[in-house]
Design a protein around this ligand. Structure first.
Ligand SMILES: [Fe+2]
Ligand SMILES: [Fe+2]
Length: 387
């Protein structure tokens, strides 16, 4: 490739999903620098345990739709690069910059970013090497640079660029919201491709009544908002919250039929089927989520299975759904609001409170109480004495 004095711009990110903030930055960079080439470089997304993030092909598809809607797709200098995704591993910026340096040996190279990235740029792997090969190009958010200004040289684009976080947008999308920061073409593609659980939500709507569906959304909403503070991926919190009651509207006979054939002895499935068949919706729900919705993640399955009774030794996601199910918006008893507020302050205290509320409710109603709930109560008392 021949040397070109016009600049080349690299714009890296997850683009999961691409939003108006990305487009505003790209438009300003194109207008102000008139580059010979502008590369969007979607990063490789490492799959985390048992759960797949959106593959590159879907993120590229959304990005292409966003660029088409913004009138940028027809510009010959605008390209979507598969360099990072093609390596199938986490790629550091210095490697990406080196790649485009080789591709455009004589061109001034710019690496485009928002001001948030700029602020922690010096924590990036081999950041000095990045600076030797490319200049940073930043779109600044209103009020930046403040006191925490970056101590690295950069070129600022003219204008101010409010920053939208893809992680917040994903949280909204999981709940079926349509954030205004997303271009219409991206939203349409998300729906038509069933992304961000839109496929699963559409199926779920057919499995439970509208009130139950709303309750599932609210459970997922609370779970997602608590997840970050507990180190739980929002994606798992949303999925578990959405599907936890997917079997709740089945008749007792269907609940019995759908329950797992084998379970540890302490689950007392046969006894439950006789004494409290409605409780089976948790166990049957985990089976149904796997079979009908394709959600087979073991931590999500555990969360669905134990959301009604609780159990000693529940994992973090199961505890999160146990709390979110009882304390979400739409629950019309006084404790729900109190426990919801408590969950943000002291999650473990909220968890104990849920067990207390469920047991007092069960005892006051009389009848059979699931031994797992009682066992959880006892374990929590022992822990309290031990602490
Ligand atoms: Fe339930
Ligand atoms: Fe529920």
């Amino acid at each position: 490739m021949t040397a070109d004095a016009r600049p080349v711009i690299i714009y890296g990110g997850s683009f999961d999903p691409p939003h108006r903030g990305h487009l505003a930055l790209a438009r300003a960079a194109l207008r102000q620098l008139r580059p010979a080439a502008f590369y969007f470089v979607p990063a490789f997304q490492a799959p985390f345990k048992d759960f797949q993030p959106l593959p590159f092909s879907e993120r590229r598809g959304m990005l292409a739709a966003a660029l088409a809607e913004a009138g940028l797709a027809s510009r010959p200098e605008v390209k979507i690069s598969s360099f990072e995704a093609g390596l199938k591993r986490v790629v550091y910026t210095y490697e990406t910059v080196a790649h485009f340096r080789r591709l455009h040996p004589g061109a001034p190279l710019y690496f485009l970013m928002g001001s948030d990235c700029l602020a922690d740029f010096r924590r990036w792997r081999r950041w000095r090497l990045v600076l030797r090969q490319a200049r940073l190009l930043a779109g600044l958010r209103p009020g930046y640079p403040g006191r925490a200004a970056a101590e690295v040289p950069y070129t600022a684009l003219k204008g101010r660029f409010p920053e939208a976080a893809s992680s917040d947008l994903r949280g909204s999308l999981f709940l079926g919201e349509e954030p205004a920061q997303l271009p219409g073409a991206v939203l349409a593609r998300i729906k038509s491709r069933g992304l961000y659980f839109s496929r699963e939500r559409a199926l779920l709507r057919r499995m439970i009544n509208p009130r139950r569906y709303q309750h599932s959304i609210e459970t997922a909403r609370l779970a997602v908002s608590l997840a970050g503070g507990l180190g739980i991926p929002a994606q798992k919190a949303a999925a578990a919250g959405l599907v936890h009651d997917c079997a709740r509207d089945l008749a007792p006979a269907a609940l019995r039929r759908g329950a797992p054939r084998s379970a540890p002895l302490e689950h007392r499935l046969a006894e439950m089927g006789r004494e409290a068949p409605l409780l089976l919706h948790a166990w049957t729900g985990a089976e149904l989520a796997a079979r009908k919705l394709g959600i087979k993640d073991p931590e999500i399955a555990e969360a669905v299975r134990l959301h009604a009774t609780g159990a000693p030794g529940m994992g973090p996601l199961a505890k999160l759904i146990y709390v979110s199910d009882l304390a979400c918006r739409g629950r019309n008893f006084a404790e729900a609001g109190l426990i919801r507020a408590l969950a943000y302050e002291d999650f473990e205290a909220a968890f104990r409170a849920v067990n207390y509320v469920k047991l007092t409710h069960a005892f006051s109603g009389g009848g059979w109480v699931h031994p797992l709930s009682v066992a959880l109560w006892n374990i929590l008392q022992e822990k309290k004495r031990g602490s």
